[in-house]
Design a binder for this molecule. Structure first.
Ligand code: NDP
Length: 504
């Protein structure tokens, strides 16, 4: 038997067919609250889309600890091999709006919410280990260059390359973006990175700096521009289709969580700034240490509730895991939670996607969406400190060890200007093969082709400082594009598979 249709207040409804009118041909009655409620709800079906990462795809799953890292962290989830917790991930493009095509050239967001027994731990990263800028101060300007021009309402390559040329620290990330990995085939075929430097501390109060890597257990697969254009011509929702169908069919995607670890005191002598988000930690010096496996095995029953409402923030950490002086991380700790307060509402952490699965006790009080009972542990305890024994109290045992900081407060710039070119040079000259370099040249030349000569020349100068072959290759690809002589450029082999390395 079907269920009885009710109003949202629970009263059974006699019909869901017609408005109430005065006579069969008469006007609609204002008292037809069913109609008014239906139209009013439709008007409110959208919330502001995210300013960045608006288009996304999500899945639920399980995280299982496979290796003991309790020497680095006191986090309860890592206390024992075999521990598990539920996870919710959202993958996304950065620049496109909610209706943008999935298979566009862009960085992908890679966020994981771990619902641990000591609260939610969010790793809010990307499919790249680094970012375009190292200081959150520049983030609003950077994102503006990725979005629409105020007059034309079009994306502007001129703005993008103008900004990048003035900000050579970006060349590392732009190189990855223009390489094969700039268009993954879908979220299941790319690595994820926490990108920022975080920290872990153990029971003895020892701190280590840490990078998080999600190593894809499926082959890495990418599209060329031409392949992506063909896909987008057929469907704008290719990622949603691929991910949803894979999970429905029982092909559960997996990633292995790995960490790189640096002793606290080594940060001062490290040859590069380990808190600079435009730099990786080289694998040879900081080998990957396997930690656990993420498996995504459930499509959320309601996209809006679990993917649109999912609110990730690097501010969500658990005892045993801490921040670092990474300037971008410091900015995001504020900005992400603040974006959610604006977009979802004051109590967004109580929505099903965001609600901790462990017990929560706090003294935040009223405001929009105050639909949950008092969480303080005692009805008279609506402030703290208070006299009530059962009321929630802080637990000093979870305190982080003190962070020693030296230096004067100032607005610092990186003094070693050459440092920004070292790692993109290693990627270009040592990691990429000949075919990958040729595709990188062509992708870059295409992307910058609408730019003015002055912007192009400034960007060529940046590429030349990375490697003379890089500048020469992109200049030649620009000429080849102009003369239509691009048939000799290699495509990506059918699957685009590259082997996935095992951790050390
Ligand atoms: P390694 O030779 O040990 O590793 C190279 C890394 O580059 C691998 O993780 C590889 O992924 C990844 N890679 C391959 N092609 C691309 C691409 N087009 N875009 C982004 N990453 C790619 O090198 P090092 O650790 O010594 O670092 C050398 C350079 O490699 C760095 O300067 C950086 O540009 C890049 N890199 C380094 C990473 C790190 O955390 N150390 C992470 C990612 C990139 P895979 O494992 O799938 O082969």
């Amino acid at each position: 038997m079907s269920k009885r249709l009710t109003t949202t207040a629970g009263a059974p409804m006699p019909t869901n067919e017609t408005s109430a009118t005065a006579g069969a041909r008469g006007p609609v009655l204002l008292e037809d609250y069913q109609l008014i409620e239906k139209l009013a709800h439709q008007n409110r079906e959208r919330i502001p889309e995210r300013v960045v990462h608006a288009k996304g795809w999500g899945a639920k799953g399980t995280f299982t600890v496979t290796h003991d890292i309790s020497r680095y962290t006191s986090a309860a989830i890592f206390s024992k091999v075999g521990n598990t917790c539920d996870i919710l991930s959202r993958w996304s493009t950065v620049a496109g709006e909610q209706g943008a095509a999935d298979a566009e050239r862009d960085v992908r967001g890679f966020s994981v919410k771990f619902y641990t027994e000591e609260g939610n731990w969010d790793v809010v990263g990307n499919n790249t280990p680094i970012f375009f800028i190292r200081d959150a101060y520049k983030f609003p300007d950077f994102i503006r260059t990725q979005k629409r021009h105020p007059q034309t309402n079009l994306r502007s390559p001129e703005a993008m390359f103008d900004f990048w040329a003035a900000q050579p620290e970006s060349v590392h990330q732009v190189t990855i973006l223009m390489s094969d990995r700039g268009i993954p085939q879908n979220p299941m075929h790319m690595h994820g990175y926490g990108s920022h430097t975080y920290s872990m501390f153990n029971d003895k109060g020892e701190r280590h700096w840490v990078k998080f890597h999600f190593r894809c257990q499926q082959p890495i697969r990418n599209y060329t521009n031409e392949q992506a254009e063909e896909i987008i011509g057929k469907t704008r929702e290719s990622y949603q289709e691929d991910l949803f169908n894979a999970i429905e069919e029982g092909n559960f995607p997996k990633w292995e969580l790995n960490i790189q670890v640096m002793a606290e005191e080594d940060a001062e002598t490290c040859g590069f700034n380990p808190f600079d988000l435009t730099k990786v930690w080289p694998h040879a010096a900081f080998p990957l240490i396997p930690v656990g496996m993420l498996e995504f095995n459930e499509n959320p029953e309601n996209y809006f509730q679990y993917v649109e409402n999912a609110a990730y923030s690097p501010s969500n950490k658990i005892p045993g895991i801490g921040f670092s002086p990474d300037k971008m991380l410091q900015g995001r700790i504020f900005a992400y939670a603040d974006a959610h307060r604006y977009r979802l509402g004051t109590h967004y952490e109580q929505l099903p996607a965001n609600r901790a699965k462990s017990e929560t006790h706090f003294y935040h009080k009223d405001g929009s969406m105050r639909f949950f009972p008092q969480k303080t542990g005692h009805p008279d305890a609506y402030y703290e400190p208070n006299q009530y024994e059962e009321a929630a109290r802080p637990d000093p045992s979870v305190a982080e060890p003190p962070l020693r900081i030296s230096g004067d407060a100032d607005r610092y710039v990186q003094e070693d200007k050459d440092a920004d070119y070292v790692q993109p040079r290693a990627l270009y000259a040592e990691v990429l093969g000949d075919d990958e370099r040729a595709r990188l040249h062509l992708n870059m030349a295409r992307a910058m082709s609408p730019c003015s000569t002055s912007v192009k020349e400034r960007w060529y100068a940046v590429l030349g400082r990375v490697h003379p072959d890089y500048e020469a290759g992109v200049r030649k690809a620009a000429e080849d594009l102009k003369s239509g002589n691009i048939d000799t450029y290699p495509g990506i082999p059918v699957t685009g598979d590259t082997p996935v390395r095992a951790a050390e």
